[in-house]
Design a protein around this ligand. Structure first.
Ligand SMILES: C[S@@+](CC[C@H](N)C(=O)[O-])C[C@H]1O[C@@H](n2cnc3c(N)ncnc32)[C@H](O)[C@@H]1O
Length: 215
């Protein structure tokens, strides 16, 4: 059970799917792991528990950063917590593994929220506000042979993610998929998503995908 300040994303199906793929990676005592958009730090804790040498967790939410610190303390994990925007504080560093479950839900506007719970899921009209930035920036953070594990919805352009990463000379693969019932946010947006052709009329399931890309 993870501690979670109010408004911080509760680990869900996407977190679990990503954690399953993460568990299959070899994380030796010298491995450096970066968890982008870390929320409660669920994936950082999983990496630390799996033996990663140095884990860094980044989140733009102050409450998330506090939650990660508390969770690390409660579990006796040494995790470096950075409160900030995506890669801004780690651009000079290199990692063996970057894991990310970013906001990826298509919204009615392109502006992403700068506060509140929706900052954990809203990602512009096409759901790619964070995904595009991660596809551009993550490859530069990886050592040769380093791995990016990225979760997203089938509603926010899986092919686009694969293409963007391939264009950066990464070897890409869909490592896991799961079909899950629409949560409250998608239920509330169903009409808008149908109108925009992002879902079929009457669709009730969302596909969650984990992409694995090797540098
Ligand atoms: C879907 S939640 C995932 C949380 C966690 N990784 C998990 O799987 O349970 C997305 C997280 O991204 C954070 N976030 C949103 N925009 C960000 C940004 N520009 N830089 C860093 N973190 C961001 C949110 O605060 C939220 O905690």
């Amino acid at each position: 059970m993870l501690l979670r300040l109010p408004g911080v994303y509760r680990p869900q199906h996407d977190t679990q799917l990503l954690a399953g793929v993460l568990a299959a990676e070899r994380l030796g005592p010298h491995s450096r792991v970066l968890d982008l958009c870390a929320g409660t730090g669920a994936l950082s804790m999983a990496a630390a528990a799996a033996g990663a040498g140095r884990v860094t967790a980044v989140d733009v939410s102050r409450r998330a950063a506090i939650s990660i610190r508390l969770n690390a303390l409660a579990r006796g994990h040494r995790i470096r917590v950075i409160h900030g925007d995506l890669t801004e504080h780690v651009r000079q560093e290199r990692f063996d593994l970057v894991v990310s479950n970013p906001p990826y839900v298509p919204a009615s506007v392109d502006t992403v929220p700068d506060r509140g719970p929706a900052r954990a899921w809203d990602a512009g009209k096409n759901g790619r506000a964070l995904l595009d930035r991660i596809c551009c920036q993550a490859p530069d953070l990886l050592v040769d042979g380093g791995v990016l594990l990225l979760a997203q919805s089938g509603l926010s352009g899986v092919e686009k993610t694969l293409t963007m990463l391939e264009e950066q000379n990464m070897t890409v693969d869909v490592a896991a998929t799961a079909e899950i019932p629409f949560g409250p946010v998608l239920v509330e947006r169903r009409e808008m998503l149908e109108r925009r052709g992002l879902i079929e009329v009457g669709q009730t399931l969302e596909e969650i995908v984990v992409i694995r890309a090797v540098s």
